[in-house]
Each structure stands twice: as structure tokens, then as C-alpha cells.
Design a protein around this ligand. Structure first.
Ligand code: MG
Length: 385
């Protein structure tokens, strides 16, 4: 079955208010239009994608639409005119057309698939959500506002979304309807077809005004695939000598010996800094904060860690979680672990439950076991924001 997708992006989003046009507004770094088109252009059930754009954008489309699988047409004055222009450009092999509003960037692959399958079976299908609120039909308003004419039976009310899908013959007949409609399902109904409801998705929101953007950003973050996560490891060791403080994860611990090195010689901060820089493939602590540079000579290690997290942030990453093992023969760190976690979490700007800290000894073996050194291993997971 050959399926063509039509992305209706021909409007200018007037309720969104001005430049740039709504479909080019970015949500977490990717435009609404790019997200909507990508959901269809990467879908395994879809052959061709046709995007109806405002004439000026169609003449000079964004780079992400210059792809062999994507065709661009200029939209018309009404939504149904844009869809008609796009349908005219569809391949003759097309059997089912799935139409989607570019202002809904979060339709899932499963939603697209079940809408297509339903239309292939019964001719016309629309994604819709059962109403959760009680629905009132109002009558003419006066200056105090509208008045309720009747309360509708909620179980008979569905709120239409897109995608909407149609067999070619059904869509051809629907587009002959000349009255204006806000979606293609309404045209198919008027043309005499039964339109089947498929379960829509609460996250498949339509972005209409700037007030919708915070929710859109939340959905975009939640929908971020796990493959954008990146892991990095870090390791550090410092000699222990008398007459030095022992600072571990930003916490000064009473001890007979302290760590030898520049500044506070904090092995945990150094290991976590390397883990974060490593996860972002940004090199290591020595490259960014060389101790030969007077600026870093006496910088506290917790401050270097804060800077490393900010550097990862500049490259578009946030820290997901950090796990650390400290290897120290004595003293035991157990009573300081909570303070250490709080220090690291504050430096990284994340919740304390995303920071783990564990203590170990080396069972008296090697230099660490003899109490001559302290070491730390760290792993950090970062992800695109
Ligand atoms: Mg070090």
C-alpha cells in the first residue's frame, strides 16, 4: 500500500502573533515544522511527503526540507485549498493519504500507523480524544458573555486532532466540497462518508499561541530518545601526605594526612569533571584548567566542576546523573557522604538524588591500601537538552 503524507503548513499562524511564522518557531532547538515533517518522513509506512507552505516559504524552503523524499507546494487561501494543491502533486501510485497539521509536532509513530491502518480499512479515519470535561453548547452572548443553551452528553463528544487519513477516492470526493471546513474529516462527512475515530494522544497538542510553548518544551524533553544520552568516565589519584587538608567532593574531612597537589587536590571533583568533559568529548581537566595557568592554580576543585558542567551546557548538554566510588583506606567517608552528594549536586545544578557516592577501601593492598594515596572513579551521563 502506497501512502502519501501531506503536511498542512500553509497558514501563517496569526493567533501566534507575528514573526517568525509559527511553524518556524523552535522547541528545544528544532522548529515545529521540522519536527512535524520528520515524524512522517522517517515513518516506515509512508512513501512520499508533501509539505504545503506559505508561498514565500515554498519559494525558499528551510534546508531540512530539501530532501529527495519531500516535495513542497505553495498553500492556498484556506486549509482545504492547501491540501488540494498538495493532493494534486501526489504520486499516481498513492492509495492512502494521511494529512497532518504542522502545528502538531508530537504525533507518535504508533498514532500515525493506526490512523493509516484505519483509513485503509474503512475509507476515512481521524485521530481524536474523548472529551474529559463536561461540554456546554452556548447560545448568543450578550455583553456579560455567552449563556449555556444545553449540556451535551460527554460520552458522545470527541475532540479531533490530526493525523487524518483517507483512501484516495474518499479524499478526492471530500475536496470537491466547496464549503469551508477546519479539517478534512468534516469535508468527508459532508461528502457522505463515515469517518472512523482512532485514539488520539494527549501529547499530540496543537501549538496555537505562545502560551502553548512551555508545555511543548516539556513534551519535547520527555520524548527525547534515550540514544541522545552520552556517558563518560573519570579517574583521579593523589598522594596523601601530612600537613595537607583532605578535601573530598568539596567537603573537608578531618584526617591525619591530606591530598598532595595543586589547590585542594580533590580527587572526586577531578574525576567527575573528567567524566563530564569525557561524555561531551570535550577533552579533559588538564586541557581546560591547566595548573600551569595562574587562573586555575588556586581555584577550588568544586568551582572547576561547576565550570565543566557549564561548558557541557554550552554544547547543549545537561547532566543526567553521576556515580562516584572513592577509594580511601582511612578515615571512613560514610558520615560525610550526604554532604558530599549535596556539594556535587549544587555544583552540577542537579537534584541530589541524581548524585551517588560510595566509599571503598583497597583491603590494605598497594599504595592506596597502605594509606599513601586516595583515588576516585566517576561515571557521568549527559543528555541533549
Ligand atoms: Mg587531580
Amino acid at each position: 500500500m502506497f501512502v502519501t503524507a501531506i503536511i498542512a503548513a500553509g497558514g501563517r499562524g496569526l493567533r501566534f502573533g507575528g514573526a517568525p511564522v509559527k511553524q518556524l518557531v523552535e522547541i528545544n532547538g528544532e522548529s515545529i515544522l521540522a519536527r512535524s515533517v520528520r515524524a512522517f518522513s522517517t515513518h516506515p509506512a509512508i512513501g512520499d511527503v508533501i509539505v504545503a507552505l506559505p508561498a514565500d516559504l515554498a519559494a525558499d524552503p528551510p534546508a531540512y526540507l530539501r530532501d529527495g523524499r519531500i516535495r513542497i507546494v505553495a498553500g492556498g487561501p484556506r486549509r482545504q485549498d492547501s491540501v488540494r494543491h498538495a493532493f494534486r502533486a501526489a504520486s499516481a501510485a498513492t492509495e492512502v493519504v494521511v494529512i497532518h497539521d504542522a502545528a502538531r509536532p508530537f504525533a507518535s509513530s504508533a498514532l500515525i500507523a493506526r490512523t493509516i491502518a484505519a483509513a485503509a480499512e474503512t475509507g476515512a479515519a481521524v485521530a481524536a480524544l474523548a472529551a474529559r470535561d463536561t461540554v456546554k453548547r452556548v447560545e448568543t452572548a450578550d455583553e456579560r458573555g455567552p449563556f449555556v443553551a444545553e449540556t451535551l452528553a460527554r460520552d458522545a463528544i470527541y475532540l479531533a486532532q490530526t493525523p487524518q487519513a483517507f483512501r484516495c477516492d474518499v479524499l478526492r470526493a471530500a475536496l470537491l466540497v466547496t464549503e469551508e471546513a477546519t479539517d478534512e474529516a468534516a469535508l468527508a462527512e459532508r461528502a457522505g462518508y463515515r469517518v472512523r475515530i482512532v485514539d488520539g494522544e494527549p501529547t499530540n497538542i496543537k501549538i496555537t499561541t505562545p502560551e502553548d510553548l512551555p508545555l511543548a518544551e516539556t513534551i519535547a524533553r520527555r520524548g527525547k530518545p534515550a540514544r541522545t544520552g552520552r556517558a563518560g568516565v573519570g579517574y583521579d589519584l593523589h598522594r596523601l601526605v601530612e600537613g595537607r587538608p583532605l578535601v573530598v567532593a568539596g567537603v573537608a574531612i578531618p584526617a591525619e594526612r591530606g591530598a598532595l597537589g595543586h589547590s585542594d587536590a580533590d580527587v572526586v571533583c577531578h574525576a567527575v569533571t573528567d567524566a563530564i568533559l569525557g561524555a561531551a568529548a570535550l577533552g579533559d581537566i588538564g586541557r581546560h584548567f591547566p595548573d600551569s595557568d595562574a587562573r586555575w592554580k588556586d581555584a577550588s576543585s568544586i568551582d572547576l566542576l561547576r565550570r565543566a558542567a557549564a561548558l557541557a551546557g554550552d554544547h547543549g548538554y545537561e547532566v543526567g546523573n553521576v556515580d562516584v566510588t572513592v577509594i580511601l583506606e582511612r578515615p571512613k567517608i560514610a558520615e560525610h557522604v550526604e554532604a558530599m552528594r549535596r556539594q556535587l549536586a549544587a555544583a552540577l545544578g542537579i537534584d541530589v538524588e541524581r548524585v551517588s557516592m560510595k566509599g571503598k577501601t583497597n583491603e590494605g593492598m598497594d599504595a592506596v591500601g597502605r594509606g599513601e594515596a586516595i583515588a576516585a572513579h566517576a561515571i557521568a551521563l549527559i543528555r541533549a537538552r
